[in-house]
Design a binder for this molecule. Structure first.
Ligand code: PEP
Length: 252
């Protein structure tokens, strides 16, 4: 059975003190009422060590939101996969559309990041998804397939076990505009088929594919009710514990 997951992506929000307060609130809420899915929080680099220590004995896993495409050395301001791993974080989010768009992360750069993350024992939440223009031109399938082929389809089946895919239509991220559950299911099924074409039906069946884009407590049950949607990657609604818990509860 593939894992059901709800993952938060705090992006560039929360000071260290605010992040610790949010992680503590979430830990307490989920200790009182066990979730029916894996819960991950993606935090800025500076929070990772403190939040990982805080959540050490909890069911919440911690993720970075990025890592460098180089192993180590003279790359001022960068943070390597090994450094992320050393904080106690288990995951790293790679390929987010904001990184692709604002920081010019190409499929080749992302391939390097994925390889380094896996080599350093991190699991990867790999984001793919089309822009509004591409959706209007009905190119969503071609875009998703190319993004997978460009950065993750070179992995071995063994490495693939540590990959979670997040389908995030760019037009739905932070816009309040959610893909309908039918639209999301259609492309999730397509993504699973692409995975099956490369790795076979069994591995595809075991791959978790998350939906991201204005997911909230009110639309999560319908989205997560679809057979190929295994949870969500959550931006805005992961910044308040009750909102995030509302999405986690969709798995009840
Ligand atoms: C995201 O950026 O990963 C995301 C899904 O954001 P939001 O939930 O705010 O649309």
């Amino acid at each position: 059975m593939r894992k059901k997951i709800v993952a938060g992506n705090w992006k560039m929000n929360k000071t260290l003190q605010e992040g610790v307060a949010l992680a503590t609130e979430l830990k307490d809420i989920l200790a009182a009422e066990k979730p029916n899915c894996e819960v991950i929080i993606g935090t800025p680099f500076i929070h990772l060590a403190t939040v990982s220590e805080l959540l050490k004995d909890s069911i919440i896993a911690v993720s970075a939101e990025n890592c460098a495409d180089k192993e180590s050395g003279a790359y001022t301001g960068e943070v390597s996969a090994a450094m992320v791993k050393s904080t106690g974080a288990e995951y790293v989010i790679l390929g987010h559309s904001e990184r692709r768009e604002y920081y010019n992360e190409t499929p080749e750069i992302l391939k390097e990041k994925v390889d380094l993350a896996l080599a350093n024992g991190l699991k990867v939440i790999f984001c793919i998804g089309e822009s509004l223009e591409q959706r209007e031109a009905n190119q969503q399938e071609a875009v998703c397939k190319a993004e997978l082929a460009g950065s993750v389809f070179h992995l071995t089946p063994e490495q693939w076990k540590n990959i979670v895919i997040a389908y995030e239509p760019i037009w739905a991220i932070g816009t309040g505009k959610t893909a309908t559950a039918e639209q999301a299911e259609e492309i999730h099924a397509f993504i699973r088929k692409c995975v099956a074409d490369v790795y076979g039906a069994q591995i595809a069946d075991e791959t978790s594919i998350l939906y991201g884009g204005s997911c909230k407590a009110s639309n999560a049950p319908e989205l997560f009710g679809k057979p190929d949607i295994d949870g969500g990657l959550i931006g805005g609604a992961s910044l308040k514990a009750p909102d995030f818990k509302g999405i986690i509860d969709a798995w009840k």
